[in-house]
Design a protein around this ligand. Structure first.
Ligand code: PMP
Length: 421
């Protein structure tokens, strides 16, 4: 008889410790590869983050010894997989400061979370003449789903303007709020300007008008600690892949009293209590909103990523990233013809820039030859770029494992490009 393979232990949460970027780098295998003959300099963290071996090993352990569908099966493997999945839900709830694990719905990512809220909450709560306020700053995934549901319900999507620094114009916001406002959809950190708006204050103001607030945390969660209860957010969305976890998994937080009123948006297995051709009854939330087989290994990976990140001192990470951002801003300012977009005092480490005489795609291509990965394009935030009269820009986005030496390499390569003409 083959020896029984024991189920892998859940990747355990550790008490928060210290932080150095070197510690983080040691855990991330991909950062030690070369690209075009140079050590990789990964400055495309706004698009996706690299994965620690703890996450990679958790995925391998799951598929090597624990794979099963969840909930349905009355066998050991199904029970173990269910436990892991629900441990993941509890970890996400704790990570976000949510009231309970049941206030977390697993989704593919931020995009799916926003679409879920638009299709479920939006369809039942929006009507003709209602306003959805959306800052010009937003990622397309926090604009287009609102436009789609607004068209169906005859509500309006109203842009909240930006000031010259790329901050949300708070006076305009206060003026736009009214009894018609049903929802305010804001990102806690912008993927293109890095702006971190005063979400807590904006939420409190929206609540005075009875409006709900959805916070897009896609660019926030990896950079600073989040507490949805303190923010007062009604909905909070994030993507695992921007948090050192696999692609295809993310989470939506919804306030329990709101979640209890939400209708299903997709039908299928896992979200029902009983099905008959005369009558079908539904499971309670969060399962109500999780039709079909979930991304079980994704949740396992997300749990490992959260445990990895929270094993560091998160305030030390935020302080390090802030210092690195200041260093990068100063260093990049020395490159002739380089302009950084946005100047909000509160920002995550995102540097979107233009370089006189070079289009963004050429800049990205040049840097790639030196092993430096940045993003060029519209960054899925065309209205934000249009605010600066631009269609495209280059973007370097930093994470906890980036270093000042990498910033120096970026700056040196940009200088060479500028000299090459
Ligand atoms: N919102 C913001 C602010 C983002 O940066 C992104 C990803 N670039 C998204 C939403 C969408 O995330 P995803 O593609 O993982 O759903």
């Amino acid at each position: 008889m083959p020896a029984e393979t024991a189920a892998p232990a859940l990747p355990g949460a550790q008490p928060p410790g210290t932080f150095t970027p070197e510690q983080a780098r040691q855990d991330i295998p991909i950062l030690h590869r070369t690209v075009n003959g140079h050590p990789l300099v990964w400055l495309d963290n706004g698009a996706t983050t690299q994965k620690p071996r703890q996450v990679i090993e958790a995925l391998s352990a799951f598929y090597g010894a624990a794979n099963s569908n969840i909930h349905r099966g009355a066998h050991t493997m199904a029970r173990e997989a269910t436990e892991m999945y629900e441990a993941g839900r509890a970890a996400v709830a704790a990570f976000l400061g949510a009231e309970a694990p049941e206030s977390i719905v697993f989704v593919r990512g931020t995009t799916e979370a926003v679409n879920l809220v638009a299709q479920s909450w939006g369809r039942s709560n929006l009507g003709p003449g209602d306003d959805i306020l959306v800052p010009v700053l937003e990622h397309h995934s926090n604009i287009v789903p609102w436009q789609m549901i607004a068209k169906e319900t005859r509500a309006r999507v109203v842009p909240i303007p930006l000031d010259a620094d790329g901050q949300i114009d708070q006076k305009a916001y206060a003026d736009l709020l009214s009894a018609r406002t049903q929802l305010v959809a804001i990102s806690q950190a912008s993927n293109v300007l890095g702006t971190v708006p005063p979400v807590k204050e904006m939420t409190a103001l929206a609540h005075r008008y009875g409006a709900k607030v959805l916070v897009d945390g896609a660019q926030a969660v990896a950079h600073f600690p989040v507490d949805v209860t303190d923010l007062g957010a009604d909905f909070y969305a994030f993507s695992g892949h921007k948090l050192f976890a696999p692609t295809g998994i993310g989470a939506l937080y919804a306030k329990p009293e709101l979640l209890a009123t939400m209708n299903p948006w997709q039908g299928g297995g896992n979200m029902i209590e009983s099905v008959g051709f005369d009558r079908t009854t539904f499971a309670p939330p969060p399962h109500l909103l999780e039709a079909g087989t979930g991304h079980i290994s994704g949740v396992v990976g997300l749990l490992a990523a959260i445990n990895w990140l929270t094993s560091f001192d998160r305030n030390a990470i935020a302080a390090y990233e802030e210092a690195l951002m200041t260093y990068a801003q100063q260093a990049m300012a020395t490159v002739p013809g380089l302009d950084i977009l946005g100047a909000a005092p509160d920002r995550i480490a995102v540097l979107t820039f233009t370089l006189a005489g070079h289009d963004p795609a050429t800049i990205a291509d040049w840097l790639d030859r030196d092993g430096i990965a940045i993003r060029a394009g519209h960054h899925c935030a065309q209205p934000a770029l249009a605010h600066y009269g631009l269609e495209f820009a280059a973007r370097a986005s930093l994470a906890l494992y980036n270093t000042s030496e990498e910033v120096d390499q970026l700056v040196a390569s940009l200088r060479r490009l500028q000299q090459a003409g």
